[in-house]
Design a protein around this ligand. Structure first.
Ligand code: SF4
Ligand code: SF4
Length: 282
């Protein structure tokens, strides 16, 4: 069972949901894995303080051109969809940071002038924390290409004998989100009851509908009388899974880098509907 925790924007409480959900699940289930796929700004480890037992760099293949074999046809630059190659005055220039490692240039080259070399994009680390297994990716500083690292985090988790994976996804609606949520059985969409929260939620809902994943909404920092998200969810026939109250105690816990449910077990009630949904779907 793979559960993605996503949100249309950053700062909605996605990591709070992911870490506390994994913690709560680990009280009932064995082989729970939390994957921090927000590789550009991973922060779950701050709350979990894991002990890592595995660390491995991740590389993406990028082309290198042998000028002696090159017959100057320019086909490699023509086929590259990412402008990672330029053909200028009979020479091929490679921009490794733009390369997605698709391999098309090497396949089309008529003279075998293109071979591949590895470019490090980050590192995958795994270990144990607060009663469950934890895996995260950390992008190299300044790295713009996060999907290969996200895929490496997921691949590492899939090697294990897991019962439940919780995937803390990057915020937004672009390629890294698709790389993270793909293959999930269900998506928990975390939002907050503000106009910004609603705007970004709508974009994220569009994406989930386009890629055909089942999802429901978690309202974080919920206040008694705010109906902003609920009215939208009703009009779109989307299930509100749970509401996590706006609480100073939770905010203080977060700011100290602590797991909410470890220190404030009274908020367990807000997470229980999520456990029930996972149980039903299992
Ligand atoms: S591997 Fe793909 S993305 Fe990279 S330079 Fe070649 S064609 Fe472009
Ligand atoms: S496709 Fe091969 S031969 Fe043609 S320009 Fe590129 S490297 Fe040179």
């Amino acid at each position: 069972m793979k559960i993605a925790v996503a949100s249309g924007k950053g700062g909605t409480g996605k990591s709070t949901v992911s870490t506390n959900l994994a913690y709560l699940l680990s009280k009932t289930y064995k082989k729970v894995y939390l994957l921090d796929c927000d590789v550009e700004e991973p922060n779950c480890h701050i709350f979990l303080k894991p002990v890592f037992s595995f660390s491995e760099p991740v590389y993406v293949p990028v082309p290198q051109v042998n000028a002696e074999k090159c017959v100057q046809c320019g086909k490699c630059a023509e086929i590259c969809q990412y402008n990672a190659l330029a053909f200028v005055k009979g020479k091929v220039i490679v921009f490794p940071e733009l390369c997605h490692g698709c391999g098309s240039c090497g396949l089309i080259c008529p003279s075998g002038a293109i071979t591949e070399t590895g470019r490090e994009v980050g590192v995958v680390e795994s270990g144990f924390a607060s009663g469950f297994n934890f895996i995260h990716g950390k992008s190299r500083i300044g790295e713009a290409m996060s999907p290969p690292l996200i895929k490496a985090v997921k691949k590492q988790a899939d090697k294990e004998d897991f019962i439940i994976q919780i995937l803390d996804c990057p915020p937004g609606t672009s390629c890294p989100v698709i790389a993270a949520v793909s293959g999930s059985d269900y998506v928990f969409m975390v939002t907050e009851p503000t106009p910004f929260g609603l705007y970004d939620l709508k974009l994220a809902v569009d994406v989930m509908r386009k890629i055909g994943l089942p999802f429901g909404i978690i309202i974080n920092r919920s206040e008694e009388n705010d109906n902003l998200i609920e009215d939208y969810a009703k009009s779109e026939n989307i299930k509100i899974l749970t509401k996590i109250p706006d609480s100073r105690a939770i905010a203080e816990c977060y700011s100290r880098g602590e797991l909410v449910l470890k220190h404030l077990p009274e908020f367990k009630e807000a997470f229980e509907p999520l456990i029930n949904i996972i149980r039903e779907r299992m």
